[in-house]
Structure formats: C-alpha cells, structure tokens
Design a protein around this ligand. Structure first.
Ligand code: EPU
Length: 284
C-alpha cells in the first residue's frame, strides 16, 4: 500500500499478508475493541464496523489498501486519522522473528507519518491491528462537504457518514481498479507563519487550514495553480479532478511516475518556494 517501486526490477522478496480475520477482542458498555488481520482489505473492515454501528472508522471509508499499512501511514481522511482510533498493533521483528505489540503512543504518529517510516523503517511486519471503537458514535462532519452530503442519507449515523464519504471520494478520486494511482501522492505542506503570510499577500484566495502557528495549504491547489491539472506525459499524468493524485494510464514504469513527481516538486518550488514531500513510499 502506498508503495512505488522506482526501478524496473526489485531484487528481493515481497510478502503479502493473508491474515484476513476480523474479531471482537473485548467490549464494555461504551466501547468495543476490534482486531483485524493485517491482510484484511481496509474498506471491508470499515464496512464491517459500520454495519454494526460501531463508530470511529466511518470517515475513513473507501481508502484502498490493507489494514497492515495503517499504522505505518497513519491514513487519514475527512477529519479523522487512524491515530484517533488505533489501540495497538502487533508485529514481527524481521531480524529476531519476535513478536512485539506497539501501543498507540509507541507508533509516534504524525500527519501521514509514524516511527515505522523513520527510526523503525523496514524493521517490522505487521500481523494485526486493534481499533478501539465507540458504541455511541460521535459523528465528525466538519470536513468540506461531508455535513451537506450527509443530509441526503435519511438513515443518519455512521451508515450515512460512510455513504457521504464514499460519494465525495468517488466524485474526485479515481478508482484504483480502473486507473492506477496511490491516492494523494504528496503530503499537504505545513507552512510557518512568515512564508504563509508572504504567500497569502501574493495569493489572497489561497485556501488553508490553521493549526496553532502553522498553516496547512492544499498541495492540490498549488499544483492546480501551476497549470498542471490534467497534465499528461506518455502514460503518466496528473488526475483531472484532483491534482494531488498522480495516475498511471497503463504500462508506465515507477521511474516515469517518479520523473513526473520530481517535475511537479520543481514547479511548485519555483512558483511558491514551498517544498512538496511525497506521501508515497519509494522502494528502490
Ligand atoms: N483543490 C484545488 N484544485 C483541485 C482540487 C482541490 O485547488 O482541482 C484545493 C481546494 O481548495 C480544496 C483543497 O484543494 O478545498 C483540498 O482538496 P481535498 O478536500 O480533496 O483534500 P486534499 O487536501 O487534496 C486530503 C488528503 C486526502 C483525503 C482528503 C479528505 C492529504 C495529502 N490528502 O486531500 O487523502 O482523502 O484530504 O480528507 O492529506 C491520501 O492521503 O491518499 C488521500 C487521498
């Protein structure tokens, strides 16, 4: 999940988890701990929990990939991140073969980031993840059009949130089964006060989200401003509905995607003096 093989050949062994069970580990009056194997399709897990009216994962509907990737990537969408619901994650240390359970805190989560992309990169294979969910869901409808689309679904609750999120995602994100992509290719840049203010002067319409003394600016907007929305070179391109998504129209190599990504990084840097960092993990 979220991996880009940048060479034509990969000289190594690739393991794909087939641990595909979902079970309730324990529960009390208010909460339920659900354990999912690392090979469970993420959206199958979301559907399973929403079906039972357990709250916590509904905003993360329809994200492609498997459960085992979630503690690495701290996947997020529509105002929720996996760090908000992950209780612990079980892994095997590659060198010793020993089992280790990481608590939420151990994962050192940050925006699309964890200890597994940094200090512990490549050292563990996840076998399962436990999510702590609520039997009395508090809905999060704060992001973008979620609240507005939610109203279209009379059943309400987590089921309606899931439907709204699916509708919004399908309207702008390409279906990975039809058009190869890894979702957002770059993280949204987080700017300090000074750079943000000077850009805002130049571009008063620049969208942003404030958090403390930092400002997150949509990379999609920057790429769009560079005139790259819908750009295509050979079999790779910038998605026409969401410029943060790079697409493979079929048969393109990882190297071609990487070249496109580097071109975008250079253009955004030249225009805004902002460095874009990939959200996707490169495997050489
Ligand atoms: N925008 C444009 N032009 C466009 C499209 C978008 O200027 O053609 C601007 C608009 O101002 C819009 C803003 O970009 O309001 C943000 O767009 P969107 O709501 O689609 O969110 P995003 O910041 O591009 C992030 C996540 C997505 C997640 C959505 C919803 C990152 C890197 N990406 O995208 O996550 O689904 O928010 O929460 O944080 C992923 O990580 O793979 C992913 C798809």
């Amino acid at each position: 999940s979220n991996l880009l093989f940048v060479n034509d050949y990969y000289n190594g062994l690739i393991l794909h988890s087939r641990m595909e069970t979902i079970e309730v580990l324990n529960e009390d009056e208010n909460t339920v701990c659900v354990k999912a194997g690392s090979g469970v399709e993420w959206d199958d897990l979301v559907a399973w929990t929403v079906e039972r009216n357990y709250g916590g994962l509904e905003n993360l509907s329809l994200i492609p990939g498997q459960v085992g990737a979630t503690p690495v990537q701290n996947i997020g969408a529509y105002g929720v991140e996996v760090k908000d619901v992950l209780y612990n994650a079980e892994a095997i240390e590659l060198l010793s073969g020993e089992k280790r359970v990481f608590s939420n805190k151990d994962c050192e989560f940050a925006y699309r980031d964890s200890v597994f992309k940094n200090r512990l990169r490549g050292k563990y294979i996840f076998t399962s993840v436990v999510f702590k969910l609520s039997k009395f869901p508090v809905l999060n409808l704060s992001y973008g059009r979620v609240a507005e689309v939610y109203k279209k679904y009379p059943e309400g609750g987590v089921k309606a949130v899931r439907k709204a999120v699916i509708e919004i995602r399908e309207s702008k994100l390409p279906d990975t089964k039809k058009l190869g992509n890894a979702g957002s290719f770059f993280k949204n840049p987080v700017l300090g006060e000074e750079l943000f203010r000077s850009l805002q002067k130049q571009y008063p319409a620049m969208p942003y989200y404030e958090s403390g003394d930092q400002y997150k600016v949509p990379a999609a907007w920057m790429i769009d401003q560079c005139g790259l929305k819908g750009f295509r070179k050979g079999n790779v391109g910038v998605h026409v509905d969401q410029p943060l998504v790079l697409v493979n129209f079929g048969g393109a190599s990882g190297k071609e995607i990487l070249e496109l990504a580097n071109m975008i990084i250079a253009k955004v840097k030249a225009r805004f003096n902002v460095e874009l960092y990939p959200e996707v993990n490169f495997i050489a």
